[in-house]
Design a binder for this molecule. Structure first.
Ligand code: F0G
Length: 456
């Protein structure tokens, strides 16, 4: 059989409130053209993020009832710790309330002003946390990652020559190297096992620890199985274990590949760093056995981490994301290729060729998509990464993308058919998509709260 079905059936449903185009035009104008400022109930299909938006399984909900809410030493913590250790394999497991709390704690514990943190491409909160520590976040993706048409199977890879050059010059300023798998900001692209293995060798040569941002480690493991010679007969769990074996530690937002609505973790081998992080954890997150989470969350995450490595799930997950990409590609819609694991990325600049960078083509496309069909997507481009230079001119990122992030186990194929049809229609009338300009742009993480007006 060619058809890959959703490996679950639906037991509880959440109604979607239908809206009209006129209503949506009004809502997005009221939100000053920022989809983050919309009410979720005014959205038909919410592809803003795959983070914390997944559906939990019957087993996870049963786990929620098993949650031990003791302040210290809860049974749920030990279950969580065992589940994380069985995949990640590091010595210390420290729960946090979400990925950026892990980033904040690690940075506060070990990053000094003037340090440099190289990565393949840091996610926006990671970059912001590094910069908030007065350190520099340096992205070293392979050159193929910058070409949206290049079909390199592991576009998430880090440029190891550039890493070596950087470490040669300033390894004393590098507390750790951080590889993000899959590379979210670079299009949900995987990192190969060979790249991780070699990165570890480079880091070891300079005595610098290698960390993994493991938010989507299971999707990455499945891409390795599909694309990297020698891994076809291995289970996703075995592949994931090998990935982590090349690392000294990992940060994870468990709102992605652990099917959590909330949760994160820091996993690492260094006793000294673990000690520092735990001290900070108590200050801002909570005691070391719950780290800002409830016992019920720890249970759900422990189970989610097992479920996400089931091969039937990963086959469906990667195939159903690619389904959206293939159908849009057939309609001629400009996309980032190959298709990512958790999301399809539209190429805002090529979709809205009539709009110059100053008119924020990707963001304008995300607004048009909401007006046209009630679909909420997230720009990862000019608004998120554009920089205003001291002379008043703008520096724009290499790609101006619009991400259609697909929540895990939430939408069916007909929802995705609707998305494909809507984007196809919009592409036919793309010339009519109006440009935008900033009314307000905060300096840090501008996309969350920026406000815009239509260009007259
Ligand atoms: N690292 C990566 C690779 C991420 O994608 C995210 C979040 C984080 C860290 C931070 O984790 O949200 O739990 O604090 N990404 C979400 C997204 C928000 O939509 O891609 P968090």
């Amino acid at each position: 059989m060619k058809t890959i079905i959703e490996p679950f059936r639906i037991k509880v449903v959440e109604p979607i409130r239908m809206t009209t185009r006129e209503e949506r035009q009004r809502k997005i104008a009221e939100a000053e053209y920022n989809p983050f400022r919309l009410k979720a109930e005014d959205v038909l299909i919410d592809l803003l993020t795959d983070s914390g938006t997944g559906a939990m399984s019957t087993h996870q909900w049963a786990g929620v009832m098993e949650g031990d809410e003791s302040y210290a030493g809860a049974r749920s913590f030990f279950r969580f710790e065992a589940s994380v250790k069985s995949v990640f394999g590091h010595k210390h497991v420290i729960p946090t309330h979400q990925g950026r709390a892990s980033e904040r704690l690690l940075c506060a514990a070990v990053v000094k002003p003037g340090d440099v943190i190289p990565g393949n491409t840091h996610f926006d909160t990671t970059r912001a946390n590094i910069e908030a520590s007065h350190a520099e976040a340096v992205d070293l993706p392979i050159p193929e990652a910058r070409d949206p048409e290049n079909l390199h199977p592991f576009k998430g890879n880090m440029d190891l020559q550039k890493l070596e050059d950087l470490l040669n010059k300033e390894h004393h300023r590098v507390p750790f190297v951080l590889i993000t798998a899959t590379n979210n900001s670079g299009g949900g692209q995987p990192v190969s096992m060979a790249n991780l293995r070699e990165a570890k060798k480079v880091c070891d040569a300079f005595g610098v620890p290698l960390f993994l941002d493991a938010a989507r480690f299971a999707e990455n493991a499945y891409f390795i199985k599909l694309r990297e010679p020698g891994y076809q007969d291995k289970t996703p769990r075995e592949i994931a274990q090998e990935m982590f074996s090349y690392t000294d530690g990992a940060l994870m937002s468990m709102k992605k590949d652990a099917f959590g609505n909330i949760g994160g973790v820091i996993s690492l081998n260094s006793d000294a760093w673990a000690e520092k992080i735990r001290t900070l954890l108590i200050l801002t997150e909570g005691f070391v056995t719950y780290g800002g989470l409830a016992g019920r969350d720890l249970e759900a995450l422990a189970i989610g981490l097992e479920e996400v490595l089931e091969e039937d799930y990963l086959r469906y997950r990667i195939a159903s994301t690619a389904y959206v990409g293939q159908h849009l590609d057939e309609l001629g819609v400009p996309l980032l290729k190959p298709f990512g694991g958790h999301a399809i990325y539209l190429d805002g600049r090529r979709f809205c060729e009539h709009l110059p960078d100053e008119q924020l083509p990707g963001w304008a496309l995300s607004v048009a998509l909401y007006e046209h069909a009630g679909i909420r997507a997230c720009e990862i481009g000019n608004v998120m990464f554009g920089k205003k230079l001291p002379d008043g001119s703008w520096q724009w990122p290499a790609l101006d993308l619009v991400r259609l992030a697909i929540p895990r186990r939430v939408y069916t194929q007909s929802h995705m058919d609707y998305v494909v049809e809507a984007i196809g229609e919009l592409y036919q009338q793309r010339q009519s998509i109006p440009g935008l300009e900033f009314v307000y742009r905060p300096d840090v993480l501008p996309h969350f709260s920026a406000r815009f007006r239509l260009r007259s």
